[in-house]
Design a protein around this ligand. Structure first.
Ligand SMILES: Nc1ncnc2c1ncn2[C@@H]1O[C@H](COP(=O)(O)OP(=O)(O)OP(=O)(O)O)[C@@H](O)[C@H]1O
Length: 656
């Protein structure tokens, strides 16, 4: 029987310990007159090979800028998408690692076109499978010692049911977890493939089994999430008969749908509900992964996220292609999709090599190659340099701390040939050591994920000011006039926000003068000011406080930051549970905060947020002694949480 063995660094080239960020590409579908009954023009356009802008629904004169790993404009060919985003990850498969490519985006934005394409313009799936066979042939020519086998499974998640597309008429398949917490689907068909043309003969009829229907927004809309699994098993023909398994997940997600526009009713409405719910869970998973700190990741809340567990925060090399449509009628879906894509690029996976060594005849396959198939994962426990699979509610863990492991091994060795009573005592010590290892692992895992987050947050470019030369060379966006509709509540919650830099700059003096002119007594108000402006949030309020008082308050905050418990941190204004945990993590990784400003290094604490924090943190602590109520209201431009503070302090309702 095959057993899992350690994979040394030489075998993996050190890759087993590598961290791999989810690569996010955005593809803009060509503008289609047919999709734009009001002839409003596009609401989104590319700015460069990695950036794009979309009209700001809050202010029709502004645009929001986004930066991704790659941006594919309307003219990008299927070949270009494949070559730059997909082909580079495929060699990992032949080295026993997993990879996933998934297409995300609103209905009708081009996901199926990207993944499947047509006979004239084949998409990612046929190109990737062809390339896998090409790589296999190359490897076989290089060495006779390794034999390769390729196979496929194909399923859809329709109305929260897992259906086998290679076995039409099959019932909802269960998703199981083995003792090592690997996800697999017992009973899912696994078909061995001999060549690319063989793949075609199996795949084409199976894809016709996928549930599609016509909606108002797409004549042939996918009503399910489709997952194609290509498995490559690489077996060594001579001792020690190593065997590596790499899996490629090719995922065409169903599109998010606004049923007011799709006009869905009855069955379509039910399908749409299931689609939207699973995509919402996907978004929650991404949020939880970004929050880090051991917070529960709700993989189990939908079948989609359960099956994609490996691709998000797991052990796969992942590429997300977000498809968007340029027409105004897709505006809010596009906006939501871009925000989802922006937060997904923070996710970090930890790919590693999966290898077994067969102690028996070569060719005899271990359990997960024999039939349970599906997305069964190998047993990671004994994979050195890798990580045990991210358990439900946690991220993949780190290798144990070696000193404790050594102690444990020494103890176990000592136990051999020890009298019964002493052996029992030793067993107890071993149990305690195991517990200690577990705790250390958890601690290390938490620290690693926090350190990663800080690094990622620092390295990922935020919104970039637009290059004026580039701006002039591009045609202007057709701007919808101020009648831009308000977003749905749910969409408004997903806050990006990458406000156009130069436009923000233009606004500053206006807000400054507003602040000054209102100092004579009126409370600041009006929605215009709620855009968060550096100037309004500026240092003016600080200069009105006694320097000594201000310094004392800052010192107090600094003390709490450096030595406060979780509870004490949460007691600071605008610091919730998540931020408090991030602060504690930062403290553990970097040591003390030398100044309050160091807070800006924490993920999610922007300059604006920091200013608000300081303001509401300092002012209540000096009990507003230097301000009258009117001055305070006039001087401060208030966010919602600041309102709460002011209302509490004055026992009066501030309305703006
Ligand atoms: N890059 C592109 N170039 C040309 N046509 C495209 C492109 N992207 C999409 N299309 C066309 O747009 C239409 C909708 O695309 P598609 O069916 O792929 O959308 P989808 O996102 O998969 O939608 P749904 O989620 O409803 O299944 C199709 O007619 C498709 O051929």
């Amino acid at each position: 029987m095959a057993q899992r063995v350690a994979v040394n660094d030489a075998a993996t080239g050190g890759a087993s310990r590598r961290v791999s960020r989810v690569r996010v590409a955005v593809r803009l579908r060509p503008y289609m007159e047919a999709h734009d009954d009001k002839a409003e023009g596009p609401c989104v356009r590319g700015l460069g090979p990695q950036s794009l802008e979309i009209t700001n629904w809050r202010n029709a004169m502004e645009t929001l800028h986004y930066q991704f790993d790659v941006f594919y404009g309307e003219q990008t060919s299927q070949q270009e998408v494949f070559l730059s985003s997909v082909k580079p990850v495929l060699p990992h498969l032949l080295n026993g690692q997993n990879a996933s490519i998934f297409a995300y985006g609103p209905t009708g934005a081009g996901k199926t076109h990207t993944m499947l394409g047509s006979s004239e313009q084949p998409g990612v799936i046929p190109r990737a499978v062809r390339e896998v066979f090409h790589l296999v042939r190359e490897r076989e020519e290089e060495s006779q010692d390794w034999e390769y086998s390729v196979g496929m499974s194909y399923l859809e998640i329709y109305n929260e049911k897992v259906l086998d597309l290679l076995s039409p008429g099959s019932q909802d398949l269960p998703i199981r977890e083995d003792k090592d917490r690997n996800i697999f689907i017992p009973g899912l068909t696994h078909t061995p493939l001999t060549s690319f043309s063989h793949f075609h003969t199996v795949f084409l009829p199976a894809s016709l089994n996928r549930t599609t229907a016509s909606t108002k927004l797409n004549q042939r809309s996918s009503r399910s999430h489709a997952i194609l699994l290509i498995k490559v098993v690489r077996s060594q023909q001579s001792p020690p008969h190593r065997q590596q398994t790499g899996k490629l997940y090719l995922v065409d997600l169903a599109g998010s749908e606004d049923n007011r526009r799709t006009g869905n009713q009855g069955l379509r409405l039910k399908e749409s509900g299931a689609i939207n719910l699973s995509l919402f869970t996907l978004s929650k998973v991404v949020d939880a992964l970004n929050a880090g700190g051991g917070c529960r990741v709700p993989y189990r809340d939908s079948k989609l996220t359960r099956l994609l567990q490996d691709s998000l925060g797991g052990s796969a090399h992942s590429v997300m292609i977000t498809n968007i449509a340029p027409e105004y009628k897709y505006y809010f879906d596009t906006f939501t999709a871009l925000n989802f894509a922006a937060k997904s690029k923070l996710i970090v996976n930890r790919p590693f090599v999966r290898e077994t060594v067969s102690s028996s005849v070569p060719g005899k396959r271990p359990r997960d190659e024999q039939g349970s198939v599906g997305t069964a994962e190998p047993h990671h426990k004994k994979v050195k340099g890798g990580h045990k699979e991210g358990q439900e509610g946690s991220r993949p863990s780190s290798p144990p701390v070696s000193s404790v492991l050594d102690r444990l091994l020494a103890l176990e060795k000592l136990m051999m040939g020890t009298p019964e009573r002493e052996r029992l005592n030793l067993l107890k010590t071993v149990a305690e050591s195991r517990k200690e290892i577990q705790e250390l692992k958890e601690k290390q895992k938490e620290l690693e994920s926090r350190a990663l987050q800080v690094r990622e947050a620092n390295s990922i470019a935020g919104p970039q000011p637009q290059d004026p030369a580039l701006k002039n060379s591009l045609p202007q966006l057709h701007r919808k006039q101020s009648t831009a509709a308000r977003p749905k509540k749910q969409q408004a919650v997903v806050s990006p926000l990458l406000v156009s830099q130069e436009l923000a700059a233009v606004k500053k003096p206006v807000l400054c003068s507003t602040v000054k002119s209102k100092q004579n007594g009126e409370a600041l108000g009006g929605k215009e000011n709620v855009a968060g402006d550096e100037c309004a949030l500026g240092r003016d309020w600080e200069s009105r406080l006694e320097p000594a008082v201000l310094e004392k308050s800052r010192q107090h905050i600094l003390e709490v930051l450096n030595s406060g418990s979780l509870k004490e941190l949460k007691a600071l204004q605008l610091i919730g549970d998540k931020k408090a945990k991030l602060i504690m993590g930062w403290r553990e990784v970097h040591g003390s905060f030398s100044q309050v400003e160091d807070l800006k290094n924490i993920e999610g604490i922007t300059v604006k947020r920091f200013s608000s924090f300081l303001k509401v943190g300092v002012v209540p602590s000096v009990k507003l002694s230097v301000f009258t109520q009117k001055q305070c209201a006039a001087t401060f431009y208030c966010t919602q949480s600041e309102h709460a503070v002011l209302n509490t302090l004055f026992g009066k309702k501030f309305t703006s």
